[in-house]
Design a protein around this ligand. Sequence first.
Ligand code: CP
Length: 313
Amino acid sequence: MSLKRKDLLGLRDMNSEEIELILHSSESMKEFIKRKVKKLPTLRGRSIVNLFYESSTRTRTSFELAGKYLGADTVNVATSTSSVTKGESLIDTGKTIEAMGVNTIVIRHPMAGSADLLARNVSSSVINGGDGIHEHPTQALLDMFTIKQVKGSLEGLKIVIVGDVLHSRVARSNVWGMTKLGAEVTLVGPPTLLPERLFGNLGVKYSYNLTEALKDADVVVALRIQKERQEAGLVPSMREYAQQYGITQDKIKLAKPNALVLHPGPMNRGIEIDNEVADGVASLIQEQVTNGVAVRMAILYLLNGGEDSEYIN
Ligand code: CP
């Protein structure tokens, strides 16, 4: 099996079979990364460039490791020291990278739609590593994989996504993906950070009241408050925001006893999530990071031909 598409730009345009294929392939990749020697010949001779116009620890590093584990050559382009600083456009930068024979470009960019723009202008595969407030599909895939590994399936799970929904590409991708896999999603946040009807008739619920929304939740996803994208006046103060929407031990007790807690990272501890929860038994935050490598390996493998390339064994 392979993904019958050139690019992975978002989960809005991906069907449930494609999502399940990625999650299924991630299982073998996760088994593989537990090995002492993490090196496969699967993508030998292929090249991957990480083109990041915004900061990243998890996404960039895990794509780099994922490519290396699969035998590809991986290169990071630091836009702060590239010809981007001389005014080179995104399309010209993409075409320049493509001209070097690169198979896959992973892009992170502050502008919504940038990954799509790049994909339409280069023949290399393009993977969206986060475009403005639009989508962050690989984060949502690793979130779904993490939940599925514990719960077995997302079908019928009550998932609460809480925080700065307005600026969250993670929330957007998760809603598209989780609803396709049958989860019941409730978005929670202050009115200024929670654009209602964002998802039309998808059946997503909206709430300004976290304590009410948490009742019977199977999974709670805390979102980072995006200080770098915050316009003035959307939140009265961080202290008040934390009081109403921060995930604390007391609040998490309102969810089901075996509820899971996720956060895409990086965390603002003491604002959207307390230390006791972030480091507590319900937290899967470190597991998400590990799973990020497995899921990105699966994506690189499936976009580069899947079973048609040499496989792990
Ligand atoms: N979750 C996430 O995208 O983290 P990074 O910004 O560190 O890549």
